[in-house]
Design a protein around this ligand. Structure first.
Ligand code: PLP
Length: 423
């Protein structure tokens, strides 16, 4: 559908801008203070994990499969924690390290490993000259921040409904200065799409010029379905094995959005040779991980089915929020033809596309009208070239707050779209 504002004559458009401005002014007068900025679970969701806190007390056995959780040692993580994360990621436990509470920390550690130490005996990347990293965009801002921090040039790659544009990726990896790609293969942040089988196969078949190139496969939303029937993601390690490939992928996951963000457990998986290589740096970095948290998790979630049952309860809380976003955007903007958005079946975000040049103005107008959004351009490495993408994070506010925030969002998006048509 075409942008309806572009079809109006000057007088009609000016009248429409005035009317839409009055709508926004009326909303601003309510003095709202609402936050749709970050993908944090709601209070209702995290409360569903409270029983995990009862899994340990002063009388508990603090051993797991003969390993002592109460002292130093067991640097790769408790056996049950490795088994749990391995079944969540679809890899053998021997190829998994469980450490810390944040998968982003582990991603940082892996980038640091290649940069400072070198991947599998390659020259450290810090001594290799200009470095580039592929960033499917829209994508996750904190990924881009990691490689920017190490001085990589972040190279945007267009996202398609099937994942990153693989024609572009295949072309770019012919450059030996390209050392990796950030991927969120399931319920991607922020688009919510899951990579197609074809995309996974092409990713696994990459023949990068740089031997120290790795695919950073951040499976942050592996079990985060909103509906009983979730998207299916092909297991990239199975595809690699089928091709007889040994090293290409580092996979990451955590329970941040399963139990308590900041106090979950995080894991990295890689081929046997890659995980041995990574452990060389991990061993210098820490004596051992926080095994008490691991113990609490595995006592509460003995297997992946227990995790899935818990995720179904979390989905009960999250699903109405996503459905409200879809309803509100359809009602508020569907007839205007000036925006598109995604309708994910899992994950934490909705990706919104307004007219070119609208995103920063919508975000600023929302802020002045009492609604905080993720900064415009945050979903891009550097600037969003069209200034059109906004990430909507509906998980944290209550349904009532979200409803009010979406009313403001739609009113601001309509006004900015009409103003742009008038310019
Ligand atoms: N990866 C993605 C794609 C995310 O969206 C997030 C959080 O929003 C994270 C990683 C952070 O995970 P963690 O809390 O395990 O560091």
């Amino acid at each position: 559908m075409d942008n309806v504002y572009l079809a109006l004559d000057d007088a009609a458009l000016a009248a429409e801008v005035d009317r839409l401005q009055a709508d926004v002014d009326a909303l601003a007068a309510k003095g709202l203070s609402l936050d749709m900025a970050r993908g944090k679970p709601s209070r209702e969701q995290v409360d569903l994990s409270r029983s995990m806190l009862d899994a340990l007390d002063s009388g508990s056995c603090l051993e797991d499969q003969g390993q002592d959780a109460a002292n130093y040692g067991v640097p790769d993580g408790l056996p049950s924690a490795r088994a749990l994360m391995a079944s969540l990621m679809g890899v053998p436990a021997s190829q998994v390290v469980v450490a810390g509470s944040s998968s982003l920390n582990l991603m940082f550690d892996c980038v640091a490993h290649g940069f400072v130490r070198g991947v599998r005996g390659a020259k450290p990347q810090c001594a290799q000259g200009p470095l580039r990293f592929l960033c499917p965009a829209p994508g996750y801002d904190r990924h881009f921040a990691v490689t920017e921090h190490f001085g990589f040039e972040n190279v945007p790659v267009p996202m398609t409904p099937e994942g990153p544009d693989m024609d572009v990726v295949e072309g770019l990896v012919a450059d030996p200065s390209v050392k990796g790609i950030w991927c969120v293969p399931k319920y991607q942040n922020p688009c919510g799409i899951t990579y197609s089988d074809e995309t996974v196969r092409r990713m696994a078949a990459l023949r990068p010029a740089a031997p120290d190139f790795r695919v950073y496969w951040d499976n942050a939303y592996a079990v985060h379905n909103l509906y009983d029937e979730g998207d299916e993601l092909l297991n990239i390690f199975d595809v690699l094995a089928g091709e007889g490939r040994d090293a290409l992928v580092y996979e990451f996951a955590s329970t941040s959005k399963v139990t308590f963000p900041g106090s979950g457990i995080a894991a990295v998986a890689a081929s046997p040779a890659d995980i041995a290589d990574l452990k060389g740096s991990f061993a210098v970095e820490r004596v051992c991980p926080d095994k008490m948290s691991q113990l609490m998790h595995v006592r509460s979630f003995p297997d992946v089915d227990a995790v899935r049952a818990h995720m179904a309860r979390l989905a009960e809380v999250l699903r109405p929020r996503f459905e409200l976003v879809e309803r509100r955007l359809s009602e508020g903007l569907g007839e205007t033809g000036c925006a598109t958005w995604t309708t994910p079946r899992g994950g934490y975000f909705v990706s919104f596309e307004g007219p070119e040049g609208s995103a920063s103005r919508i975000v600023e107008l929302c802020r002045r009208t009492g609604v905080t959004l993720t900064g415009a351009g945050a979903t891009w490495p550097g600037d969003d070239p069209r200034d059109s993408n906004i990430r909507i994070a509906p998980s944290y506010p209550t349904l009532e707050e979200l409803d009010a925030a979406l009313e403001v969002f739609c009113a601001c998006a309509r006004l900015v779209s009409a103003q742009l048509a008038a310019e």
